[in-house]
Design a protein. Structure first.
Length: 388
C-alpha cells in the first residue's frame, strides 16, 4: 500500500504542475507532463436476476494517472480504483529510437492478439470477449517489449515475468514465472475505408508457484472468466491446473474494413503441459464481430501504432454485432473449466474525443462448468464513459 500512497501523492502534485517545462538551454528537448483519467458509469438489468445477479448501477472503474515526455523518452503511471480496491495499472517507461522502433520497460499489457490494440474501456463490444478474459491474453505483466511499426509490418516481442511479480517478492513466490510473447501483423492495405490485416501471436510461460512455510509449491495455473458485465460479478468459467510445467498459447487474428463496414475476428488455443504423467490441459475459443458506422464517419480509419482500427470520430454512431465462444473442457485432462457462448449487439455513440455512450444487449450461456451451474442470462447494459 505504501507504493500506492506514493503514486497517488505524485498524481496530486503533477496534476497541479504546468503542462510543459523547458530549461534555459533552448536546444534541450522540452519536458512535458499531463494528467490522464477515466471514469465509467454503468447500469445493468439481468434476466433472470437471481443466483448472483441483481439489477443495479455502479462506477466500476476510476483511473487517475500522468504521462510524461522528454525528447525520445516517455513514461506513464496509472492508478485505478474499483469497488473499494486501489491498484496500479500501467507503470512503464519507453524509449523511441525513431518513428518505427521503440523499447518499453515496466508493467503493462504486452502485444498478444487484436485486443492488445484497445484499452479495457474501448472494446467495440463494450466488454472484452469472454475467451480473451479466460485465456488471460491481455492482462498486465512485468517485462521488456520491443515494437517495430512499419507501413506493412507490425511486430511486438516481449520477455516478461508473469504472475504476482508486482505485488509479491521473489522469495515469497519460491520460483518466478517467466516467458516470452510475440505478435506479428501483416497489413497490405491500411487506407481509410480499406483495411486488410492478418496476424499471429504466440505465448510461452513457465508455471506459477507459491511459497509457504519455506516450501515451494508445485507449478500451477488458474484460469477464470465471469459473465461479461461489471455491475455484477458472477463466475462462469474456471480451471485450477495442478502440477503444471508451462503454458503455450497461440492466436491468429484478422481485420477487414471497407467503407462503413468492418469485420474483426480472433481464435485462441492453449495447452498446459503437466508433470507426473498427467495429461495436458487444453482449451480453445474465439470471437467475431461485425462493425457498421451508421451516422457520422463514413469509413473506418486505421491506427498504425496499435495495429488495429482507430476509434471513430466525434458524432459517430456505431453498431457492433458480436459472437464468442470458449471451450475450457477440451482435451483429455478431465478438468471442467466449462463451455460458454455469448451473442451480443452494441450501440456506441462517440459524443466527442473524451465522452462515449454505449448500450449493449447480450445473451450468455454456460454449461459443464465446475464453478457455475448450466444456465443462460440475458443482459442489457448501458455506459457513459469519460476519458482524457
Amino acid at each position: 500500500m505504501k507504493v500506492i500512497r506514493l503514486a497517488i501523492a505524485a498524481l496530486c502534485v503533477t496534476a497541479a504542475m504546468p503542462a510543459t517545462y523547458a530549461g534555459d538551454n533552448s536546444s534541450e528537448p522540452k519536458f512535458s507532463i499531463r494528467p490522464t483519467g477515466r471514469l465509467l458509469f454503468d447500469g445493468a438489468v439481468y434476466m433472470p436476476d437471481t443466483d448472483g445477479f441483481s439489477d443495479g448501477v455502479s462506477i466500476p472503474d476510476i483511473r487517475m494517472g500522468v504521462k510524461a515526455t522528454y525528447g525520445k523518452w516517455y513514461g506513464k503511471i496509472d492508478v485505478g480504483y474499483s469497488f473499494g480496491k486501489i491498484g496500479l495499472k500501467d507503470v512503464y517507461m519507453q524509449y523511441s529510437f525513431n518513428d518505427q522502433n521503440l523499447l518499453r520497460l515496466g508493467y503493462f499489457v504486452h502485444q498478444f492478439g487484436l485486443n492488445a490494440a484497445t484499452s479495457s474501456s474501448m472494446k467495440p463490444e463494450m466488454e472484452a470477449p469472454v475467451p480473451d478474459t479466460y485465456f488471460a491474453a491481455t492482462g498486465r505483466n512485468m517485462g521488456l517489449m520491443y515494437v517495430m511499426d512499419k507501413p506493412r509490418i507490425f511486430w511486438g516481442v516481449s520477455a516478461m515475468v508473469a504472475g504476482t511479480s508486482l505485488t509479491t517478492r521473489s522469495n515469497d513466490q519460491g520460483r518466478i514465472s517467466g516467458g516470452a510473447i510475440t505478435r506479428f501483423v501483416y497489413r497490405p492495405t491500411t487506407d481509410n475505408g480499406c483495411v486488410t490485416q492478418l496476424g499471429l501471436s504466440l505465448w510461452y510461460q513457465t508455471a506459477l508457484h507459491k511459497r509457504a512455510d519455506g516450501v515451494t509449491s508445485p507449478g500451477y495455473f488458474d484460469f477464470k472468466a465471469g459473465f461479461p458485465t461489471r455491475v455484477a460479478s458472477v463466475d462462469m468459467l474456471g480451471a485450477d491446473i495442478s502440477d503444471s510445467k508451462g503454458v503455450f498459447k497461440l492466436s491468429p487474428e484478422i481485420v477487414l474494413a471497407k467503407s462503413r463496414l468492418a469485420f474483426e475476428g480472433q481464435y485462441y488455443y492453449m495447452n498446459v503441459v503437466r508433470g507426473h504423467g498427467l495429461p495436458s490441459y487444453q482449451a480453445h475459443g474465439g470471437y467475431a464481430h461485425l462493425r457498421c458506422l451508421l451516422v457520422g464517419d463514413r469509413s473506418y480509419a486505421y491506427s498504425h501504432a496499435d495495429a488495429g482500427l482507430a476509434t471513430p470520430g466525434k458524432g459517430t454512431l456505431e453498431l457492433v454485432a458480436g459472437w464468442n465462444y470458449t471451450d475450457a473442457n477440451a482435451g483429455r485432462s478431465h478438468i471442467s473449466g466449462g463451455k460458454a457462448g455469448d451473442y451480443n449487439v452494441t450501440l456506441n455513440y462517440y459524443i466527442n474525443k473524451y465522452v462515449v455512450a454505449r448500450l449493449r444487449y447480450s445473451y450468455t450461456d454456460v454449461s459443464a462448468s465446475s464453478v457455475q451451474r448450466d444456465r443462460h442470462v440475458h443482459t442489457i447494459q448501458g455506459r457513459l464513459q469519460i476519458l482524457f
